[in-house]
Ligand binder design. Structure first.
Ligand code: HSE
Length: 406
């Protein structure tokens, strides 16, 4: 029998218990032994819930129990998760976690402790919810130099942007829906400001580079400034708006960014809607690959956590994860990235056109019926640093800039 403990009985923790209860026989068959949830750690009690008989309030019960071979950490946040996970690994227990904040900040150290102890620190659920992406990067795509990962990595904002784009829904209503569906973080700022996607692309960037990529070093812009008017302009040029998290190789460095972007229908992420996530990967020998699926929510995330438990159970005394060094990777300057830009500007397009052409080159003007005293335009490809310099001349007039991807 493989005994495990689940730390945290919130959305994902209760999902883990549900997945094990629902698919127990199949999971046991895959492990080759019976999987038993011995403890569930939570500050609260759950009277009337069958889980109550497994509830413990003291972490020491788990870390000191030699029967516990694998621990699931689904508490979220850095502390006490970091201390608990580190102590579990040091005590020789493999850990499976969905905690992206923990992995982004301490992944390198925790992987190294797991390696030293011949056990595993697994975190498939920390990126892309139920979509396999960590395991493919760790085991299936190891022949490649990964040159690009661009993903829709946050279910909440993708749900919101899809509803705003296709149904004209307003921002506050769709945010409340995402929260009610269990997609959003406890503090939804983490979703809408892009921090969640930023931590996830930092994890993926660390994995593909083998070095520490700090999420604080990644330029991060959320969706809080995206309006119904922006959506109208996007539609007018045949595009949509998605929050993209991207990491592209430039020599030995990576250019990483999180920002809302306009995408055209020929982009592989254009049709990824609602709470779905997708990750586009380009390898130097593989070419293109796409990973698509349920990116947030109780059961998809729990599915990935339990799959890690199965993997840990099958490799009880063998470390299987790729390492990333604690040595920090210097990221490419944001100003050096080349792309097109969409700009919304106050004023009269016909009057401004000569000046704008002089500043930005061969632009295309977009006018939206009903939106008076403003217009939009798209620029040719230029370096972001050059864009900033040119846009500086129109500071008071620019209402919004959105990057164009692809
Ligand atoms: N709040 C996250 C999201 C949960 O919306 O994607 C999954 O990490």
């Amino acid at each position: 029998m493989i005994n495990i403990a689940v730390m945290g009985y919130g959305t994902v923790g209760s999902g883990v218990v549900e997945v094990v209860n629902t698919n127990g026989p199949r999971i046991n068959q895959r492990i080759g032994e019976e999987l038993n949830i011995k403890y569930v750690l939570d500050l609260r009690d759950f009277p009337g819930d069958p889980v109550q008989e497994k509830i413990v309030h003291d972490f020491e019960t788990i870390v000191n129990d030699k029967d516990i071979q694998i621990v699931v950490e689904v508490m979220g946040g850095i502390e006490p998760a970091y201390t608990f996970v580190k102590r579990c690994l040091q005590a020789g227990k493999s850990v499976a976690t969905s905690n992206k904040a923990l992995v982004a900040k301490h992944g390198a150290e925790l992987l190294s402790i797991a390696k030293d102890n011949n056990i595993n620190f697994l975190f498939e659920a920390s990126v892309g919810g139920g979509i396999p992406i960590i395991r493919p990067l760790n085991s299936s795509l190891t022949a490649d130099e990964i040159e690009e990962i661009t993903g829709i990595l946050n279910g909440t904002t993708n749900y919101m942007l899809s509803k705003m784009f296709y149904e004209g829904a307003d921002y506050d209503t769709v945010l409340k829906e995402a929260q009610a569906n269990g997609y959003a973080e406890r503090n939804p700022e983490a979703d809408v400001e892009g921090y969640d996607a930023c931590r996830k692309i930092a994890i993926l960037s660390s994995l593909i580079s083998g070095q520490q990529v700090d999420f604080e070093d990644i330029y991060c812009e959320g969706i809080t400034e995206i309006t119904v008017e922006d959506m109208k302009y996007a539609k007018a040029i045949g595009a949509t708006i998605k929050l993209l998290a991207s990491s592209k190789r430039v020599g030995d460095r990576l250019h990483a960014i999180v920002a809302p972007c306009m995408l055209y229908p020929d982009h592989p992420l254009y049709n990824v809607n609602d709470v779905f996530n997708a990750i586009f990967v380009h390898g130097n020998v593989l070419g293109d690959a796409m990973f698509y699926g349920s990116g947030a929510g109780k059961l998809p995330t729990a599915s990935a956590v339990v799959a890690d438990v199965v993997d840990a159970a099958k490799h009880l005394n063998r470390n299987i994860m790729t390492m990333w060094k604690q040595e920090k990777l210097t990221l490419e300057d944001k100003g050096d990235a080349k792309r097109r830009f969409f700009i919304r500007m106050k004023g009269d397009a016909d009057k401004e056109l000569p000046n704008l052409k002089y500043s930005f080159g061969d632009i295309e003007i977009i006018k939206i019926p009903g939106l008076n005293d403003e217009f939009g335009f798209t620029t040719p490809v230029m370096m972001e640093g050059d864009y900033d310099t040119r846009a500086n001349r129109y500071k008071g007039q620019i209402l919004h800039m959105i990057r164009i991807e692809g």
